[in-house]
Write a protein that binds this ligand. Structure first.
Ligand code: ADP
Ligand code: TRP
Length: 335
């Protein structure tokens, strides 16, 4: 059975980008594949070195995963820092990852631009840690949003390089996955760019109805089409992209038609969009609140998930060490 792995950083509540770009696919994949889903708490430290409450961040994502439909009976759900084999593999992969190629990744260049006073080595080697997350389970499929495409390329490059250098077929080449479709980018409501936790433009699974309506009604638009077939501005295109993600085809067709014949009222479009977002997210919000409180349940989930993840990770590290020719100098009792 093919192996699936993906994760999200513990840097705040999950937004529609995380949900439609990644999490919804995790849920759909659970029945068909051997799945590992985790919380990337170590990756969070590259941009959030002083988390106010590290545990609360992890617990938030865990509760939001479960409330969205991740099923601990079907998937291994765990926290990255509970699986030390990941960092062990990360160290080895760092030896075959080159500074020049890491400096060229868009995410690194973006982070340097956004935060020039915190260009730490962890930020540079972020894709190497991500490759370790994936390769430690010898995963084939990685459900992610479009922004992660380049990181998957690095993971494939390192898998290939490792296999060639050590002349062993230890790692498969992992592929980004979205059920045969292109990877998606959920736009923000501020006119341009993607929705993101650090962009401050998100609609969160945890938002209440009033907040969602307020955010959507405030979305940037333009002064409206002036003649039939006018091209759409980026901000209006973004609203349509969101509508296509959360609403049914009849609704999308209705507003497309009214845009094209210039009768559209953006207020109506936003009202409908807010309503359709609420329909999808409010039931999840109710479950988040329940699950977040249930410490015993959260512990059971993570205990089971960590055991499964470590078993798989240890089996891979055995192969890795054999390939590299590593043996502990220290003799074990049975040697
Ligand atoms: P963020 O970018 O909000 O900090 P993460 O980096 O932890 O969140 O992203 C976790 C997952 O969510 C990744 O698979 C990423 O591709 C996906 N994702 C994040 N934002 C979007 C978006 N706007 N559209 C599509 N997918 C997204
Ligand atoms: N880098 C991903 C992001 O920012 C999160 C992540 C870390 C990840 N490790 C991963 C995603 C492994 C998929 C597989 O969105």
């Amino acid at each position: 059975m093919e192996i699936v792995l993906s994760g999200i950083r513990s840097t705040g509540h999950l937004h529609l980008g995380n949900y439609y770009g990644a999490l919804r696919n995790y849920i759909k994949m659970q029945d068909k594949y051997n799945c590992y889903f985790f919380i990337a708490d170590l990756h969070s430290l590259t941009t959030h070195p002083h988390p106010d409450d590290f545990h609360a961040g992890v617990r938030t994502i865990l509760a939001e995963y479960l409330a969205s439909g991740l099923d601990p009976e079907k998937s291994a759900i765990f926290v990255q820092s509970d699986v030390p084999e990941i960092t062990e593999l990360y160290v080895l992969l760092n030896m075959i990852a080159y500074k020049g190629e890491l400096e060229r990744t868009t995410s690194f260049k973006d982070k340097v631009r956004q935060n020039p006073e915190n260009v730490n080595a962890g930020l540079l080697t972020y894709p190497v840690l991500m490759a370790a997350d994936i390769l430690i389970h010898r995963a084939n499929l990685v459900p992610v949003g479009k922004d992660q495409e380049q990181h998957l390329e690095v993971a494939r490059l390192l898998a290939r390089r490792f296999n060639t250098l050590y002349n062993a077929e230890v790692f498969p080449e992992p592929q980004a996955f979205n059920f045969g479709s292109d990877l998606i980018k959920v736009p923000g409501l501020d006119g341009s760019g993607k929705m993101g936790k650090s962009e401050g433009n998100g609609v969160y699974l945890f938002d209440d109805e009033k907040t969602i309506r307020k955010k959507v009604m405030k979305a940037v638009t333009d002064s409206g089409p002036t003649e039939p077939g006018s091209p759409m501005s980026e901000s209006v295109q973004n609203l349509f992209t969101l509508l296509k993600i959360v609403s049914d085809t009849a609704t999308v067709d209705h507003f497309t038609k009214s845009y094209n014949d210039c009768s559209i009222r953006y207020g109506d479009l936003k009202k409908q969009l807010a309503e359709d977002i609420c329909k999808q997210t409010l039931p999840i919000k109710a479950r988040i609140e329940e699950i977040y409180k249930d410490e015993a349940y959260l512990q059971t989930v993570v205990k089971r998930g960590t055991e499964m993840a470590r078993e798989s990770a240890q089996a891979t590290m055995k192969e890795v060490k054999k390939a590299v020719g590593f043996k502990s100098f220290l003799k074990s009792d049975d040697q």
